[in-house]
Design a protein around this ligand. Sequence first.
Ligand code: PMP
Length: 354
Amino acid sequence: MSRFFSEKYASLIPYTPGEQPQKTGYVKLNTNESPFPPSPRAVKAAYAEAKRLELYPDPECTLLRKTLADTYGLGMENVIATNGSDEALYFAFLAFCDEKHPAVFADVTYGFYSVYAELVGIDYREIPLKDDLTIDVNDYKNAGGTIFLANPNAPTGIQLTKDEIEQVLSTNPDNVVVVDEAYVDFGGESCLSLLGRYDNLLIVRTFSKSRSMAGARLGYAMGSAEMIGDLNTLRYSTNPYNINRMTLAAGTGALEDMEYFVNCTKTVCENREWAKTELQKLGFTVTPSSANFLFAKHAQIGGKELYEKLKQRNVLIRHFEKPRIRDYNRITVGTMEQMNILIRTINAILEEKR
Ligand code: PMP
């Protein structure tokens, strides 16, 4: 730390992203990326736009927002595009949390929520998941703060139903409820249809997972025109050109290729169910995931040990050294070839231990 660093941030512990090894050859199942490339339409559109990089991008993201609005049956004023959904979440913490509105989220959820709360300098309350790692919505009724719910939750993959989300919305009418639907396209139940009825609902989504565009950094949020206006005030106060030209074009291209999106997400769901069954056959306890990853533990091998042994064998998964979940690992669902390697390698590791 330099002697100039603001005292405000001296104790900030930044978010630790998953490893992005520069060495190739790993079966990379650690950061919930898609195992498939982006839609050819997205690639073509980005390529064409690369030739116009001398010009600033459209700060209103008009075409992308129009396509998003049309895709989800909303008005353009209900949509904001962001540099990854992390930026939408950051804006939501800035916009909707303060001394009167502390943040409220689960004790086991997306690790960035507590980092943003610390960065923004607001209090936050973590509500423990139940022993089975599910969320009890009763704990979120009249929660007295701005609620952040990842649905499906990360890293458990377990989802709440739309009815349960509605119970949270209706019992917190004077607080914003941010529903982070990063993984909803893999079989989760979206609460999109509640948008017209609850002005306290903000939905945050990403192109990183189901649209195979983690490298492009594109997310978006959907909510009332007023709430989206608040987020835009912050966006225009920080980085009005937050989405680059190639990403804007790629995003629109990806949305136009519905068939590709449907095929990729369907394949990931099928591969997830196959891998889940195989892991269970090997003795793992696996949470019921509605996301593009599995969360699993084994009685004979600790989470860290399995992670390390897999890494030695060029298979990367994600381990979180957090008390409640350190027995588990999060495994991104890949292609069938990758899933076969995963299962074979785990089998060999378990054999060695016997
Ligand atoms: N929300 C959740 C629950 C996530 O797991 C992630 C991915 N790490 C994000 C948001 C952020 O994704 P991105 O910024 O790539 O859109």
